[in-house]
Design a protein around this ligand. Structure first.
Ligand code: NAD
Length: 488
């Protein structure tokens, strides 16, 4: 009915500085109620073509601006997003299912910081120069933006991860065509409304909404998009690699994880337990860096398990708009079923589910009965070969197992296809260094989790990705280097 369709939020693509309607749309759900509340453009080749053209047209002017001019614009954009922080946080929470507290304190502040950080770091890069006196030569390098960057991001940290790509790409002088996840497009659309006011010239940032199969693939296959920065699943990355191969595109791939926490018997449990709860269940466990295999040294295993489970049961699940809630809704009904199926598989294999799914009951308020909620779930006595210990679950489920020696736990921690993030808990400095050195993992946090300095490389080993992003790494990815030799 008219009344019904009027109530829906309808997004439009942002191409060449203008909002443009699309010929067809996809329904987007509010995960905490199960209702369709938004319609997202179902873009394809035609829309991507228009966006790439706008980005190409904007490239000569944008790429010739000085880093300082671009830096000022990025800072202005950061200020504008920060000014609307609460509106962005509300939108992110409603669209994604994450708690309002997480959106307010993590997602949106980090999106703001991504622009501020690259606004600053772009001013400080230097290039190389060497002298070859015997040949009468000096060599130096020069860096230039590559062109139109294709940026594809997932649904778990929508604006946070999209801006982690847009900020360095445009700071370096590229123009972009971005495609957020079709399940979480609202905050990207809100950001588009601020671009003109920030001084971003038309065509520098274009956003095309739609599915991966249609809009995403059109972007990956477009001959005028020489680089793709992708964050998402390993399976999609394989497809992107294949599709971009005929064009020899430059790829940055940030993929899944199966992250271990290694807890030695000399760990400070008063810090380790609350932080390991967070690393397991924050954002409903829907963070690529979340812990999902907890290895606890035998001597403290039963004590750890008892305390960990007691604390997990205190996490409040429900309406994400309630600031006292710790766990919101999962992204979709399909994803909820997938996460639940892992718990069933573990039970069928003889593992013990100590709390959460299938063990405790979940009470939801009237408005949230059809939402995609799940209790934090702790599973013990899972075999290392089990799919629950090998595959990324990406939900509020964590497995706890015992180990005896350092040598053994390093081997077991490394025995998965992924290698994104690991945490190590011990008060023995020597051991912390030894273990960190031997873990196959792009990031190792010891006695902490999720502390990031954006100057340093971020990314995964093995099936967790190819390439790194960070101040220097993003600069290298988003620029083309040239070596010039001058003979005098
Ligand atoms: P996904 O791979 O399904 O989708 C990611 C994005 O790719 C979406 O925008 C999607 O529309 C698009 N896409 C899908 N198929 C495509 C195709 N054929 N061509 C082009 N684009 C396509 O991932 P998801 O389910 O949205 O996100 C969850 C995954 O992301 C998890 O595996 C998680 O670990 C990973 N992740 C990794 C990081 C990291 O930094 N390493 C961060 C967050 C999430």
């Amino acid at each position: 009915t008219m009344a019904h369709s009027k109530a829906l939020l309808v997004l439009e693509n942002f191409i060449g500085g203008k909002f443009v309607t699309c010929s067809s749309y996809i329904d987007s759900y509010n995960p905490s109620t199960g209702d369709v509340y938004c319609r997202v453009p179902d873009s394809g080749k035609e829309e991507v073509e228009a966006a790439v053209k706008a980005a190409k047209d904007a490239f000569p002017i944008w790429s010739s601006k000085s880093p300082l001019e671009r830096s000022r614009i990025l800072n202005k954009l950061a200020d504008l997003i920060e000014h609307d922080l609460e509106a962005f946080a509300q939108a992110e929470s409603k669209d994604q299912g994450k708690t309002i507290t997480f959106a307010r304190t993590v997602d949106i502040p980090r999106a703001v910081y991504n622009f501020r950080f690259f606004a600053s770091s772009i001013l400080h890069h230097t290039t190389e120069c060497t002298e070859m006196a015997t040949m009468g030569c000096v060599h130096y390098t020069s860096r230039a933006p590559v062109g139109v960057a294709g940026l594809i991001s997932p649904w778990n940290l929508p604006l946070y991860l999209l801006t982690w790509k847009i900020a360095p790409a445009i700071a370096c002088g590229n123009t972009v065509v971005a495609k957020p996840s079709e399940m979480t497009s609202v905050t990207a659309w809100m950001m588009c409304k601020l671009l003109e006011k920030a001084g971003v010239p038309h065509g520098v940032v274009n956003v095309v909404f739609g599915t991966g199969a249609k809009a995403g693939e059109a972007l990956v296959c477009h001959p005028d998009v020489p680089l793709i920065s992708f964050t998402g699943s390993t399976l999609t990355a394989q497809r992107i690699t294949e599709k971009s191969a005929p064009h020899c595109k430059r790829l940055s791939l940030e993929l899944g994880g199966k992250n271990p926490a290694i807890i030695f018997d000399d760990a400070d449990l008063t810090q380790c337990i609350p932080m390991t709860l967070r690393s397991s269940f924050a954002n409903q466990g829907e963070i690529c860096l979340c812990t999902s295999r907890i290895f606890v040294q035998r001597g403290i295993y039963s004590q750890f398990l008892k305390r960990f489970v007691a604390e997990a049961k205190k996490w409040k699940v429900g309406n994400p708009a309630d600031p006292t809630v710790d766990v919101g809704a999962l992204i979709s009904e399909e994803h909820l079923e997938k996460v639940r199926s892992y718990v069933k598989k573990a039970q069928a294999e003889g593992a013990r589910v100590l709390c959460g799914e299938g063990v405790d009951s979940l009470t939801l308020s009237a408005g949230n009965q059809k939402g995609y909620f799940m209790l934090p779930t702790v599973i013990a006595e899972v075999k290392d070969e089990s799919c629950c210990m090998q595959e990324e679950i990406f939900g509020p489920v964590t497995c706890v197992v015992a180990f005896d020696t350092e040598e053994e736990v390093i081997k077991r921690a490394n025995s998965v296809k992924y290698g994104l993030a690991a945490t190590v808990w011990s008060s023995n400095v020597g051991r912390v260094h030894r273990v960190a050195q031997r873990l196959q993992s792009g990031l190792v946090w010891t006695n902490c989790w999720l502390v990031r300095d954006l100057n340093l490389p971020f990314g995964g080993m093995k099936a967790s990705g190819i390439g790194r992003e960070g101040a220097k790494d993003s600069y290298e990815f988003f620029t083309e280097v040239k070596t010039i030799t001058i003979k005098h």
